[in-house]
Write a protein that binds this ligand. Structure first.
Ligand code: AP5
Length: 215
């Protein structure tokens, strides 16, 4: 199994790009945020515990996340290439992927972006409540207001995209990021992309860059 991890701050565009790359059929998209939101919707025990932390902008404990990713990866065939979106976020999670899980990250792609632009992206984000497609009121508007272009579902604001929670998520990100990047840099698995580029430009850059890793 080939694994590429997308690293970067909340709002840097990991989900947007991972969805586009997986829609083009070159890989499977595994988002830990989407998996947790699914668990909340289903009312599972993990979902209920995670919701309180997510609404406060805090991370869910490493042990819970490692088990969740281990379980998801275990359902996929070995021949599959996977884009991990939102995991790992801490060095213990990165180490778990390398040591405990049955696979290792081949490449970590860091979505680099200025903090002031991240707040604007997240507070203006709308997400389809049916298929999860992300939009932005100014940068990526839907064709019809408040409706998803892909499935016609209603567009909603995520509860953790309120400005106060966004700022806390960014603070939490800043406490983990340097150590995580250095973990992958030391083992020569880290590349950086300019996440401030327009969606389509970044998508074609990534597609070109990743196709040699994924094929
Ligand atoms: P998660 O859902 O993973 O949130 P996140 O990492 O905070 O990332 P986001 O989804 O907010 O941002 P993104 O980078 O995907 O940006 P997007 O493409 O949507 O996690 C949520 C919570 O779950 C965490 O806070 C934590 O509590 C918990 N959790 C999850 N994983 C965990 C883990 N491993 N360990 C512990 N806890 C965990 O884009 C953002 C906006 O910008 C959109 O409006 C989009 O349309 C727009 N946009 C995107 N690209 C561009 C562009 N190039 N130009 C202009 N606008 C753009």
């Amino acid at each position: 199994m080939k694994i590429i991890a997308l690293l970067g701050a909340p709002g840097s565009g990991k989900g947007t790009q991972a969805k586009k790359l997986s829609q083009s059929g070159i890989c499977f998209h595994l988002s830990t945020g989407d998996t947790l939101r699914g668990a909340i919707k289903d009312g599972t025990e993990i979902g209920l515990r995670a919701k309180t932390l997510m609404d406060r902008g805090e991370l869910v404990p490493d042990s819970v996340m490692i088990e969740m990713v281990e379980c998801c990866l275990g359902t996929l065939p070995d021949s599959m290439s996977v884009l991990l979106d939102g995991f790992p976020r801490t060095v213990p999670q990165a180490k778990a992927l390398d040591l405990r899980l049955r696979t290792t990250v081949h490449l970590a792609v860091y979505f680099k972006m200025h903090e002031q632009d991240l707040v604007l992206r997240l507070t203006g984000r709308q997400t389809c409540e049916r298929c999860g497609e992300p939009y932005h009121i100014s940068f990526v508007p839907p064709l019809k207001q408040d409706l998803c272009d892909r499935c016609g579902g209603n567009l909603i604001q995520r509860s953790d995209d309120m400005e106060a929670v966004v700022r806390q998520r960014l603070r939490v990100f800043a406490t983990q990021n340097e150590a995580l990047l250095s973990y992958y840099e030391k083992t020569k698995r880290l590349i950086e992309v300019d996440a401030g580029l327009p969606v389509a430009t970044l998508q074609s850059n990534l597609q070109r860059m990743l196709s040699e890793w994924l094929t």
